[in-house]
Each structure stands twice: as C-alpha cells, then as structure tokens.
Design a protein around this ligand. Structure first.
Ligand SMILES: Nc1ncnc2c1ncn2[C@@H]1O[C@H](COP(=O)(O)OP(=O)(O)OP(=O)(O)O)[C@@H](O)[C@H]1O
Length: 375
C-alpha cells in the first residue's frame, strides 16, 4: 500500500508508508471563516496547497494565522467553509481523526517519560506491535540526531533538544501533513537556524506537506516554498518568497517582507512617477492613470547611490552602519519626505554628510495607490 493510513482509535490497524519520498498530501481550504462575537478572526480564507509543499502563514500578531491553522487541525470549528486533505473532506472531523501531525511552541512532552517513550506514545495509541514501535522510534530519533538521548527525560535536555523530540513525536507516525505553530519561537537565534535546516531537510526527505506559522519574515523566507501573508483575517498574497519580494501586490506585503521605502508622487505616464521630492522615478508597468496619486515602493536592498545629478532623488547621508559585508545607510531627502533606507555592499558605502543621488532598476520599483492596490 503506497499511502499512509493512520487510524485514531486505540488498537486499530496502522499501515505505515514506506520510507522515502512522497508521503505528503494536498490540502484545499475553501472560504473558511471564524468569528468571535462581532470580531472576524478569519475572513473567508481560501488556498490550495500541493502535496509535499512547505507553506508558511506569515503575519503580525492577531492576523488570524493560528486560528486558520487550528481550523485545519480541527481544534477550532469554522463558521463556514471547508477543509479537504488528500481529497477527503475533514471539516467536521475531530482532530485525531484527521491524521495530521502537530508541533507547537510549547513542547508538551510528558515529563515522566524518557525521550523514547515520548516518541513511542503516538504509536502505542495506534496499537502498533512492540517491535514495530521500537524500529520506528529508532529510525525517527536517528533522523533527528537524537539517538544518544533516547533514555533521558525531557528535563535533562536543552530547549532545542526538547523541541526536536516534539518534532519526532509528530513525525513518528508519518502523518501526511504536519502543522507547526511557531515551533522555534522559544529558542535562541543559533538554535533556530540549526533547527530550521533540520526541519527543512526532514520535510524534503519524507516529501511531507508542512504548514508553518510564524511572524518572523526571515524564517518564512528560509523555509517556505510559498508564503501566505496574512492581515486582518485575510490573505494579502500567497506566493513564492521571490514573487512576494519582487512583485508585492500590496504595500503591506512590500513593507512586511522587505521594509520597503514608500515614496509619494504622481503618475506622469505608465512607467514614470514624479515624486513629491521633485525627481522622476522610472517604475515597472502598472495600471494607474496619469495624474493619479501613488506611492512608489522600493526595497532598501534595491536602491543604489549615484552622483546627485543622475538620481531620481537627492539627499544627505545621515547614518552609515556596517552589518557584516553590508552597510545600512539612511538618507534625508532634499525637500520634504521621510528618511530613505538603503542596504548596499560595504565597498560602495558613502560617507556621513555626503550629498548623493539615488537610483533603482525600474523593475524593482512597485507602484501602489493610497488605498493599497498594487500595480
Ligand atoms: N478563542 C478566542 N476568542 C476570542 N477571540 C479570539 C479567540 N482566538 C483568537 N481570537 C482573536 O482572533 C484574532 C486572530 O487571532 P490569531 O491567534 O489567529 O492570530 P495570530 O495571527 O495567530 O496572532 P499571534 O501571532 O499573536 O498568535 C485576534 O484578534 C484574536 O484576539
């Protein structure tokens, strides 16, 4: 049998997928909605997730990420809409009948059990034989580099090791979809980086479908095949990291992903915006009519300094901060306008107090209207 079947009832038969590629299943979320009193937490969210895809819900606090994940998990019941996993409608099924795996920020390990016993627990619930359990636990601990900790109890492990055990416990019965809610939120940066790499490796090795919640854009960019950027219970854009970065559809996405600079101005023609600071910036194609009030958006890493006469904007260098091989520069534009931020290679850094011009490739300049519609 090529598919994984996980039965939730005790002592029911369990057929494990053969090791290797491709146990992930696809997921369709259609118009799911959840309200609490008069507050709409999730507003008709729809998305199609492919088998084996790593998808992240990214957004600020309260944007509806966890509620959406919990509806997929079955812990929160949607007011309307449907959730289909691998072709099966699970909208009204209890969480344990959906065959999904979970990893949360809190490790929720059993303190009195050893690492092995913790990881074996989901298999015991499912009634596997002792031999099968031993084999499967051994394989899973090895995959996560935890074999030597098998006999320890959770309190004898570091936070990172405990989170790895939690990951093993979710992986051990090879669910076709794993849901993770800020699983690395409690760990320091170095450990987070290390575990991100491991999660990604295991996900690829098993061909798992993963839905991951975070508010950390860097983490989302590192891990994801696609990212759903959420705001006020809706998805602003659901795209690959590259598309989100290079073709943000809303100012929110441009700002959230890359801390974009927004330069107010008026459209002169398709491809040219006269900025309030005076110069004309060339932009990518857009649908805004000549004369429309817009904002041109450009990421700090896509701006360059040039001679003042060659720039679409001029200003005085206010700060220059070295961050490894990159330099962060802020520029106070001549005339009105807020500070403009650049990120440029260290070798090209101007000096504080220099008067410089700014340039950008037109393809890196998005145009949005005041209401936040892209173009
Ligand atoms: N059980 C609940 N009762 C009432 N309101 C709720 C409940 N759960 C969530 N909410 C509200 O729904 C909105 C979305 O919450 P949700 O936890 O999904 O956001 P989030 O994007 O995951 O935020 P965070 O990153 O802070 O976890 C918030 O305004 C929250 O206060």
């Amino acid at each position: 049998m090529s598919e994984l079947h996980v039965m939730s009832e005790r002592k029911s038969p369990l057929v494990l997928a053969p090791d290797g590629i491709g146990i992930g299943k696809s997921l369709s979320v259609t118009k799911v909605r959840k309200t609490y009193g008069t507050m709409t937490a999730v507003d008709e969210v729809s998305m199609e997730i492919g088998a084996g895809e790593f998808v992240t819900f990214l957004g600020s606090s309260g944007s509806g990420k966890t509620t959406t994940l919990m509806m997929i998990a079955g812990f929160v019941e949607p007011d309307s809409g449907s959730i289909v996993v691998g072709g099966r409608d699970v909208t009204r099924l209890a969480p344990q009948k959906r065959g999904l795996g979970f990893v949360f920020q809190q490790y929720l390990l059993f303190p009195h059990m050893t690492v092995s016993e913790n990881v074996a627990f989901p298999l015991e619930l499912r009634g596997l034989s002792k031999q099968d359990i031993r084999n499967r636990v051994g394989e899973t601990l090895e995959m996560a580099g935890l074999s030597r900790f098998a006999r320890r109890r959770p309190r004898e492990l570091s936070g990172g090791q405990q989170q790895r055990v939690a990951l093993c416990r979710a992986l051990v019965y090879r669910p076709p979809v794993i849901l993770m809610d800020e699983p690395l939120g409690a760990l320091d940066k170095k450990l987070r980086d290390q575990l991100q790499t491991e999660i990604k490796r295991i996900q690829r090795e098993l061909g798992l479908t993963v839905i991951y919640v975070t508010h950390d854009q860097e983490e989302a960019l590192v891990l994801s095949d696609r990212i759903a950027v959420m705001r006020d219970g809706r998805i602003d854009q659901f795209d690959t990291p590259q598309e989100l970065f290079e073709r943000p559809r809303t100012p929110f996405v441009a700002d959230f992903l890359g801390a974009a600079n927004f330069l107010p101005g008026t459209v002169e023609s398709d491809g040219a915006v006269r900025l309030d600071t005076g110069g004309v910036v060339r932009t990518r194609r857009h649908d805004h009519a000549a004369g429309a009030r817009v904002q041109a958006a450009v990421q700090p890493g896509r701006l360059a300094v040039c001679a003042p006469e060659d720039g679409f904007c001029t200003g005085i260098v206010e700060t220059v901060t070295y961050v490894g091989t990159l330099v962060r520069v802020t520029i106070r534009p001549d005339g009105a306008g807020s500070t403009i931020r650049l990120e440029i290679p260290a070798g090209r850094a101007p000096l504080m107090g220099d008067r410089v011009g700014l340039t950008a490739d037109p393809d890196d300049v998005s145009v949005f209207d005041a209401a936040g519609t892209g173009g």
